[in-house]
Design a protein around this ligand. Structure first.
Ligand code: 3PG
Length: 390
């Protein structure tokens, strides 16, 4: 099944609804990281330049579906940021009634997650959203794993629906991973192995080496019967982890950075020498340096998840070393996930990454081989309807 793209449609004079993912970090009323906004610009500008009347729809965070604006999750800072980039005003509509009677050439619906029914994919909400819509464009790759009213439901209520340029770019980069040059190296970190178990199983079949760090590695070390003291771990997962932990493709840290607690002195230790007093906060950079040959010879590297508590400088060295090894390698590199992009930014290696996905959960589900419901809905629509309503 094929997707249809914006370029398959005539835009002029159409009322276009664009579902983007502008779920960006906000601090003190300002957008902290503009990556997702910047990456949505190509589609937004194309629609406006072609003379479309545009309504932007996005979510921000995880507010209550109360049908009320909750200031903390308001899209105002995002609209302000976007207005500067587009150099034109954006009218924020706070209700569906206001949206449906809006005369604005460029409008933004307040956070779609304020609206009752978004997350349970309510047909009423989807219908109301698309009341005045000639063409629905989905460019929210980072939300494509969510079967919500604004990503999936709406497709049933419009004549025309297609994907935007960002979805095209994301899929082309990830399809590159499907045809990846070997050896393939996966680097996975993060806190909870329970959220990445099926990803680990499917990646282990595909890659030549799978390097684990963070809480994922702690749980594997614990499952192997090693002393890990008070380190972050998921004891309930030990049985599941035992099924793959001895797979020779999986590389676990041999050295870690430990401390009694976050404030105490940090020491490097061999993973076989840990005591009850130790808490692992990072993987030792020396471990990644010892893998330099693997990074250097890799044809493709995919990275998701920090190797430790990288938000604190003293526990960020392992993550920064991974970033450095990836940046120095000639491999085609793909990096995805909010924390991982922050880590790559902190390491100053963004320019050395071949593809930076805007997605977190959707990126991981794609790598797992799962189908993404928002993309499926668009593909189904493409099968049912002729191009441009012809
Ligand atoms: C993300 O940040 O991964 C997407 O915007 C989806 O957000 P969600 O996990 O709150 O659905």
């Amino acid at each position: 099944m094929q997707l249809r793209y914006l370029t398959d449609y005539r835009i002029t004079s159409k009322r276009v609804m664009l579902r983007a993912d502008m779920n960006v970090p906000i601090k003190d009323g300002k957008v902290e990281n503009e990556e997702r906004i910047d990456r949505s610009l190509k589609t937004i500008k194309f629609i406006l330049d072609q003379g479309g009347k545009l309504t932007l729809v996005t979510h921000l965070g995880r507010p209550q579906e109360s049908n009320k604006v909750q200031e903390e999750f308001s899209l105002r800072p995002i609209a302000e940021c976007l207005e500067k980039k587009l150099n034109r005003p954006i009218v924020i509509e706070e209700s569906l009634h206001a949206l449906n009677s809006s005369k604005a050439e460029l409008a933004m619906l307040e956070n779609i997650r304020f609206f009752d029914g978004e997350k349970r994919n309510s047909p009423q909400l989807a219908k109301e959203l698309t009341k005045n819509c000639d063409l629905f464009v989905n460019d929210a790759f980072a939300t494509s794993h969510r079967a919500h009213a604004s990503t999936v439901g709406v497709v049933d209520f419009v004549n025309e629906a297609c994907a935007g340029f960002l979805i095209k770019e994301e899929l082309e980069a990830l399809e590159n991973f499907d045809k990846a040059k070997r050896p393939i190296v996966g680097v996975l970190g993060g806190a909870k192995i329970s959220t990445k178990l099926s990803l680990i199983s499917s990646l282990a079949k595909k890659v030549d080496f799978l390097i684990l760090g963070g809480g994922l590695a702690n749980t594997c070390l614990g499952a192997q019967g090693k002393e890990i003291g008070s380190s972050l771990t998921e004891i309930g997962m030990y049985q599941d982890v035992k099924a793959f932990v001895d797979n020779e493709k999986i590389l676990l840290p041999s050295k870690v950075l430990v401390s009694k607690d976050k404030r105490s002195e940090v020491r490097e230790k061999d993973v076989n020498d840990l005591t009850e007093e130790d808490c692992i906060f990072d993987v030792s950079p020396d471990f990644f340096i010892s893998l330099a040959d693997i990074f250097n010879k890799a044809g493709t590297i995919v990275w998701n998840g920090p190797m430790g508590l990288f938000e604190e400088d003293k526990f960020s060295y392992g993550t920064l070393e991974v970033a450095k090894q990836i940046a120095n390698s000639n491999a085609y590199s793909i990096v995805g996930g909010g924390d991982t992009i922050s880590a790559a930014t902190k390491a100053g290696i963004l320019d050395s990454i071949n593809y930076l996905s805007t997605a977190g959960g959707a990126f991981l589900e794609y790598l797992e081989g799962k189908s993404l419901p928002a993309l499926l809905a668009l593909k189904k629509k493409a099968l049912e309807s002729p191009k441009d309503g012809a």
